[in-house]
Ligand binder design. Sequence first.
Ligand code: ADP
Ligand code: MG
Length: 238
Amino acid sequence: MSELQLSDVRKSYGGLEVIKGVDLDIKSGEFVVFVGPSGCGKSTLLRMIAGLEEITSGDLTIDDIRMNDVDPSKRGIAMVFQSYALYPHMTVRENMGFALRFAGVPKAEIEKRVNEAASILELGPLLDRKPKQLSGGQRQRVAIGRAIVRHPKIFLFDEPLSNLDAELRVHMRIEIARLHKQLSATIVYVTHDQVEAMTLADKIVVMRGGVVEQVGSPLELYDDPANLFVAGFIGSPK
Ligand code: ADP
Ligand code: MG
């Protein structure tokens, strides 16, 4: 059963088509990574899946239910952005619980979920700090915590590590891989970093100019790239 399905999904801004008919099946629990050069449409695609951007044509289904017109809060999806913009005046605990409070989740349930996420992310000792008292990696973990507390079926990550320095990026990459295993979550992840893609993905989707060039496991893309663009991008010797 495929959890998330895109059929001939397109997006135009004004008269200009930027997503040109994308078909994709994502299975439950899969870690799918979108790669491709800047401007190829990765963020636009994620934003359409999240419901932050209208789909011009084509179908988006989750568990076989058409989601094109479903409110973002009812899709079972949580998104983690590159600029993780925490609320500076709130503590870590308040930042993580905010969306739940806004959605009317009872206080005791919020506390339970925040503690659970804090334990998964090893943020327990930091719960009463404000964002400015945290390192970049800790802030990014809080941003992931905000997504975890919502108990989504699907996590969307848009270049979540690109604001971190190289050492932290490696560390967070390992954290995210661990998180995927621990939560058995479905993850759709965007990056322009080939190493990130090759190490995290069950399945890589290579995009160029609004089109999917190839879909496959890291090994399949490396061993048998569909064309020179994929080969160049993945860094395979072909
Ligand atoms: P990526 O995330 O792969 O760098 P984007 O999805 O951000 O690419 O952008 C894909 C294309 O769509 C780009 O050409 C970009 O300029 C265009 N685009 C994105 N958002 C808008 C918008 N709100 N209005 C007009 N064009 C946009
Ligand atoms: Mg982008």
